[in-house]
Design a binder for this molecule. Structure first.
Ligand code: KG4
Ligand code: ZN
Length: 341
């Protein structure tokens, strides 16, 4: 079957076409993405109203070019998968309404996909071997959690952040270092440009349950303030501060992941979401003894439609379609979709 995936939950407009037979037999025919970085850059973050308008303009263009690249026509599509939540409501509505229009016009079934569920299964777009059960560390701009995954729709929350997400910790730290939006990848690149740092940050969240980046954020802000004059004089100082910050964020993520492996005795680990593109995080997770680690390919770490098409295919082949009156959901915790049985 041919699945069209659409993603508009935040600031990327994306479409993908997936030919799907089974979890071990499928191929991604095309994927198109239009990033809005330029639109939001001058505001230092995503402006929801502008993002929604961009989706409206981009959706038909992105769809047309995804179809052209896959060399198929809209008539050949069998099912539409679209991000239903979580995300910015106005943005979700653009993709959702567009998908509903297509589905109505062509009498096609539609599957509403949880964006985070897309991230969870993204590594298996390339690794055609689903290792169930697995632990998934979801690290994006809005989410930081560890889930126990027993199957599609079968999730148990192991740990979650009580304040910022890891992506936010990267972005806010980047801001303190004077790096422009989107700061996370810029901070990571700067950190990777040096091999050590004299700056030290505390190891955080060793005792309490879950993730928290607020204590670390305070420590980072004090450290940066203390070294502001040196940073302005010497670009190397900024890089070495970035090195210490990246190491501290990755340290907490890995510590909690190791703890979860120990608690659950599950040895397959997936890391996904925007921050899974981080080189140091990938390296450190790969080095955890006795663990088999899976990561999405770089282009599938950040928001994309291939992961949405994939989850739609998994769910549609299990008999799921979306009821006609469904709406978008801006908050949609994954564990509320079902507990491991
Ligand atoms: O999953 P994503 O594209 O969007 C959300 O659903 O939030 O994640 C975006 C987040 C941003 O906070 C961005 O700074 C972060 O992922 N990010 C990174 C890297 N690439 C993206 N953080 C650290 N290192 C990176 N290489
Ligand atoms: Zn995302």
């Amino acid at each position: 079957m041919l699945v069209l995936g659409l993603e508009t939950s935040c600031d990327e407009t994306a479409a993908a076409i997936l030919r799907y037979e089974s979890p071990a037999n499928f191929s991604l025919l095309s994927e198109e993405i239009s990033s809005q970085t330029k639109v939001h850059e001058e505001y230092g973050g995503v402006v929801p109203e502008l993002a929604a308008r961009e989706h409206l303009t981009n959706l038909p263009l992105i769809l047309e070019s995804a179809l052209a690249k896959a060399r198929i026509s809209l008539q050949e599509i069998d099912v539409i998968g679209v991000t239903r939540g979580p995300g910015l409501k106005g943005c979700l509505l653009m993709g959702f309404t567009f998908a509903r229009g297509l589905a109505l016009a062509r009498s096609l079934p539609m599957v509403g996909v949880n964006h985070i569920e897309g991230h969870v299964f993204a590594p298996f777009l390339d690794e055609h071997e689903l290792q169930l059960p697995f632990l998934c560390l979801v690290v994006s701009g809005g989410h930081t959690e560890i889930l126990e995954v027993r199957g599609v729709g079968r999730y148990k929350l192991v740990a979650r952040t009580i304040d910022d997400a890891a992506g936010e910790a990267f972005d806010k730290s980047a801001n303190l270092l004077g790096l422009a939006y989107p700061g996370g990848p810029k901070l990571a690149a700067l950190a990777d440009s040096v091999s050590s740092s004299e700056y030290k940050l505390p190891k955080t969240m060793r005792e309490a349950h879950g993730f928290s980046f607020s204590g670390l954020k305070t420590a980072i802000s004090l450290l940066v303030r203390k070294n502001a004059a040196e940073m302005a004089r010497d670009e190397g100082v900024r890089a070495r501060l970035a090195f210490a910050i990246q190491a501290a964020i990755v340290d907490q993520l890995c510590f909690k992941l190791k703890q979860a492996v120990k608690e659950t005795r599950i040895k397959s680990v997936v890391v996904s979401g925007g921050v899974s593109a981080n080189r140091l995080l990938r390296q450190k997770v790969s080095e955890i003894p006795g663990v088999r680690a899976f990561f999405p390919r770089m282009s599938h770490c950040v928001d994309n439609a291939a992961m949405i098409a994939f989850v739609a295919a998994l769910r549609y082949s299990a008999g799921e379609t979306m009821p006609a009156r469904s709406e978008v959901v801006s908050r949609w915790p994954l564990e509320s979709m079902g507990e491991p049985r």
